[in-house]
Write a protein that binds this ligand. Structure first.
Ligand SMILES: [Mg+2]
Length: 301
């Protein structure tokens, strides 16, 4: 498998269920409320936390009506925060992308799992060098640590590994990383826990996919940063201090990251079904099989 491989919704769902033991545990409501869009959710909450892929955009394309909805929610006085598991790009690059798509978010309104990870590196390695599986153009300038790009060809000596992007993940890189981790135990930090992401071409394999496979095959315990893990929601709550968690809606397209993470953090969970992971599918069997029941289901953002 490589970044270019795509999974079906069924395969992605099965994989998330298979790794459920590595995800947070929480309780869910007995049933969901069905509403038309986030406009109807607005009078139940004071803030919206928005997943990007599947809620605001699919790949490089904005979801129809999402730009207008954000403007509408803002006009109603709602606080907005984007919480994305994207770790390939810096937050500045992510922000430029949102602006290119037509959104007006400020830097202070974005929590990226890359930053969630970067802020916690020293709890895993106080000194030493990190080897990053990253895009070719990553300079790691936003990391306050010694980080070098690590590839199957270069394999620099490092004290820990970061998976920031699956864009460079291929069989050679995966195999080299697996051997390196088996050869010498070192921390493996994963800045994007997602198994898949919706792109124009289908569901791409993301860092979480490869990290869980490494955990299965090499018996290592990766450290995940981003949804559904508490570290990402801790950073969001800091931005929304003063608002009670149950007056914050987490809006996402995946059960095992957005909805599970929101519930574990005490936030209201809203599943968007027309775009992203469950686009074109009836989501009910997936909810029944996983037991991950959103508070609210909306077809569109
Ligand atoms: Mg998503």
């Amino acid at each position: 498998m490589s970044y270019l491989s795509t999974l079906t919704t069924d395969a992605a769902f099965a994989r998330y269920e298979a790794v459920r033991g590595r995800l947070p545990e929480t309780a869910f409501p007995a049933r969901s409320d069905h509403l038309k869009s986030l406009a109807e959710v607005a009078d139940r909450v004071d803030a919206f936390v928005l997943d990007a892929f599947g809620v605001l955009n699919v790949g490089q394309t904005p979801i129809p009506g999402a730009v207008e909805r954000m403007a509408q929610l803002r006009a109603m006085g709602k606080k907005l925060v984007v919480l994305t598991n994207a770790a390939s790009d810096t937050r500045a690059a992510a922000l430029r992308k949102y602006h290119r798509l037509g959104f007006d978010f400020s830097a202070d309104e974005v929590v990226a799992s890359r930053d969630v990870c970067a802020a916690r590196l020293d709890t895993h390695l106080t000194t030493g060098r990190w080897g990053a599986i990253s895009t070719e153009i990553d300079t790691f300038a936003d990391f306050d640590a010694d980080v070098v790009r690590w590839t199957a060809q270069t394999q620099p000596q490092v004290d820990g590994f970061l998976i920031l992007s699956s864009a460079a993940m291929d069989t050679a890189t995966y195999t080299a990383l697996r051997y390196a981790l088996t050869d010498q135990a070192r921390p493996l930090l994963v800045a994007n826990p997602d198994i898949v992401a919706p792109r124009e071409t289908g569901l791409s394999c993301e860092p979480g996919f490869f990290a869980h496979q490494l955990a299965d095959e090499a018996g290592i315990a990766p450290h995940f940063f981003g949804k559904p893990f508490g570290n990402a929601f801790d950073d969001v709550k800091k931005k929304l201090s003063g608002i009670a968690p149950d007056r914050i809606a987490m809006v996402g397209d995946t059960l095992h990251t957005d909805i599970l993470g929101a519930r574990a953090a005490g936030l209201k969970s809203v599943l968007i079904t027309s775009f992203g992971l469950f686009a074109g599918c009836d989501v009910t069997p997936y909810i029944n099989r996983s037991g991950i029941v959103p508070d609210i289901i909306c077809p569109i953002t």
